[in-house]
Design a protein around this ligand. Structure first.
Ligand code: AHR
Length: 500
């Protein structure tokens, strides 16, 4: 196979946004307990946080972390998680049929964010709760001392307001599985009123209203239209959630998952712009893709306990990721980046143990899953402006998306350092691709580094015993001659090529 693309700094889409590299910590399975927090672990710090997980979180390059859910937040009472630990109640978590002892709450999460050097993205409960509780938790987090909840925060050891900027107005309220699920009209009312009142406390908040839980929801599109028609002036972003997995061995369709993400983003942007035009609004609504990943939802480990079994921190959604999954994750990042004009925040769901790049053993080791690598390398090397690349490559037939290009790519250009970075995927299941890149307008550059993630067996997956035998490898084929870069891309591969 042969493909070409053109990199020209004139084709800028917008800046690389650090918030594109967010993640997500939910009270779900072992994400919090034995994930980020495990006081009994030999590597636990004085606050009970696993320092190995903190190190891996920093290495991953995560910018923001959404918390505390997810489906969990729609039944959550934030007050349960503050104050002396011995007085905190154990509660039923209906979303995941578990018990939550509330050992970690807002104050612990904020302490963890400071250590991990990430920005918090707080979600409020609009499932079982409403405007008043949204105001209470905002007062607890952001108000200066002198009022009830701000003083409670101070009494709990935190006199300085946290001044959390980003707030999600509920979670997946379009989903019938959501506690307190609502119609678009019902949700539009409560989200708008919560947003309006929250802005009375702090007009600078950045508010995310719930969009669709996937592009296959029956209400997709109509939901965003109804919700934005009501909330437009009171919110900044609309959320999008998408999970992908290989269905019945259809690797070709799975590798093309970014086609759906492109369609999702383009559709939500178009819907938001239609509401903007009809409502004579001047600002634009942007997208927070605040749950995305590969997730094998049909596997047994995604099934919550049942009956009288309400365990604390059960093994749930602990997907093991293979090389093909990592190629898809790398391609989804390509899609998010090329939409940097509309996608202003995103969260890889989730961070630890639960559909996660980082895995831990209780009391034991931690390791990187395959999906860790494309995320970390993209977060590290995407700098400056995102460039649209003009692609020309053969297509292949997929049962889910029709004819799809075997090649997908995006580039970034840092005007300050002159660095140009190409992120590229060969979706072919069996054929290598020779990529020829026209570097016009880039100037005189050489190859600083070329790394490729691929394996003859794309089903290879990392384990605690062997996390490192398949890592992104130097790609020695990358070479520049007469203003053109040439590089060989193996089948089912993700690569980063750094020029400077
Ligand atoms: O990330 C796992 C779950 O997926 C979240 O709790 C929910 O928001 C989504 O359905």
């Amino acid at each position: 196979l042969r493909g070409t693309l053109t990199i020209d700094p004139a084709f800028a889409v917008g800046p690389v946004r650090p918030r594109t590299f967010g993640s997500f910590v939910e009270h779900l399975g072992r994400c919090v307990y034995t994930g980020i927090y495990e006081p009994e672990h030999p590597d636990a710090d004085a606050d009970g946080f696993r320092s190995d997980v903190l190190d891996l979180t920093r290495e991953l390059g995560v910018s923001t972390v959404r918390y505390p859910g997810g489906n969990f937040v729609s039944g959550y009472r934030w007050e349960d998680g503050v104050g002396p630990r011995e007085k905190r109640p154990v509660r039923l978590d209906l979303a995941w049929h578990s018990s939550d002892p509330n050992w970690v709450g807002i104050d612990e999460f904020m302490a963890w964010c400071a250590k991990a050097d990430v920005e918090p993205m707080m979600a409020i409960n609009l499932g079982t709760r409403g405007v008043q509780e949204a105001l209470d938790v905002l007062e607890y987090c952001n108000a200066p001392v002198g009022t009830h909840f701000a003083d409670l925060r101070a009494a709990n050891g935190h006199p300085e307001p946290y001044r959390i900027k980003m707030w999600c107005l509920g979670n997946e309220m379009d989903g019938p599985w959501q506690i307190g699920h609502k119609t678009a009209e019902e949700y539009a009312r409560v989200a708008t009123e919560a947003a309006r009142a929250m802005r009375m406390i702090d007009p600078e908040l950045e508010l995310v209203v719930c969009g669709s839980s996937s592009s296959s929801m029956p209400t997709f599109g109509a939901w965003e239209h109804t919700v934005l028609a009501e909330s437009y002036e009171h919110v900044d972003l609309v959320s999008a959630h998408a999970y992908y997995y290989e269905v019945d061995g259809d690797l070709g369709s799975f590798l093309a998952s970014a086609v759906d993400m492109d369609h999702f983003i383009d559709s939500v942007a178009a819907t938001a712009d239609a509401v903007r035009a009809a409502g004579k609004h001047t600002k634009r609504i942007h997208i927070s893709f605040d749950e995305w990943n590969v997730w094998y939802q049909k596997r047994a480990e995604s099934r919550p306990p049942s009956g009288d079994d309400w365990p604390v921190a059960p093994v749930l959604l602990e997907d093991t990721y293979n090389v093909a999954d990592a190629v898809v994750v790398g391609n989804l990042l390509v899609s998010l980046l090329r939409h940097t004009d509309r996608v202003h925040a995103a969260s890889l769901a989730q961070l630890v143990n639960v559909i996660a790049p980082i895995m831990t053993e209780p009391g034991g080791r931690s390791w990187r899953q395959t999906i860790f690598h494309p995320f970390a390398l993209t977060a590290q090397h995407a700098k400056g402006q995102v460039l649209q690349v003009a692609l020309d490559a053969p297509t292949y037939s997929t049962s889910r998306f029709g004819e799809v290009s075997v090649l997908d790519a995006v580039a970034t250009h840092d005007a300050e350092s002159g660095a140009v970075t190409l992120f590229v995927v060969n979706r072919s299941t069996d054929a290598p691709l020779t990529l020829d890149v026209d570097l016009r307008g880039v100037g005189d550059v050489s190859v600083l580094e070329a790394l490729t993630l691929a394996n003859p067996d794309h089903t290879w997956a990392a384990t605690a015993d062997d996390a490192d035998s398949v890592l992104p490898q130097a790609n020695g084929s990358a070479a520049i001659a007469e203003g053109r870069l040439s590089v060989e891309l193996p089948p089912v591969s993700w690569s980063v090529v750094r020029l400077g």
